[in-house]
Design a protein around this ligand. Sequence first.
Ligand SMILES: [Zn+2]
Length: 130
Amino acid sequence: MHNGAEYVGDDFYCDVALAHPDELDIVHEDDRVLAFHHTKPKWELHLVVIPKRHIASLTRASALDEDDVAAVLRVAQTLARGVEEERGAQPVMSNLGNYQDSQHLRVHIHSGPRLSSPSEPASTDDAVAE
Ligand SMILES: [Zn+2]
């Protein structure tokens, strides 16, 4: 299982997730977007929505990335709407700059209690994710 535990690069999504989609728990897939249950969930429910094309981040996306960014946001909206209806509340967020472990745009949707993982110190990637 390529769960990223041993991965030390800076683009888990291109290098591991998109390279091994059969090992993901996918909730949505189309030509531009892949959404799946986070491989290392930090919350009871933790979905991640990514563009299939490499885009470094929301702030580093250019006009050329517009269609992919719009597609990611549309999928995030649909998934978040479902989670909101089912569970009442959740944040939708995307880390930037030093909060971004992997340099690949993604939108997190999560809900429910935070999962504790004592063996693994919280990464910078979820520093603002609550
Ligand atoms: Zn990438």
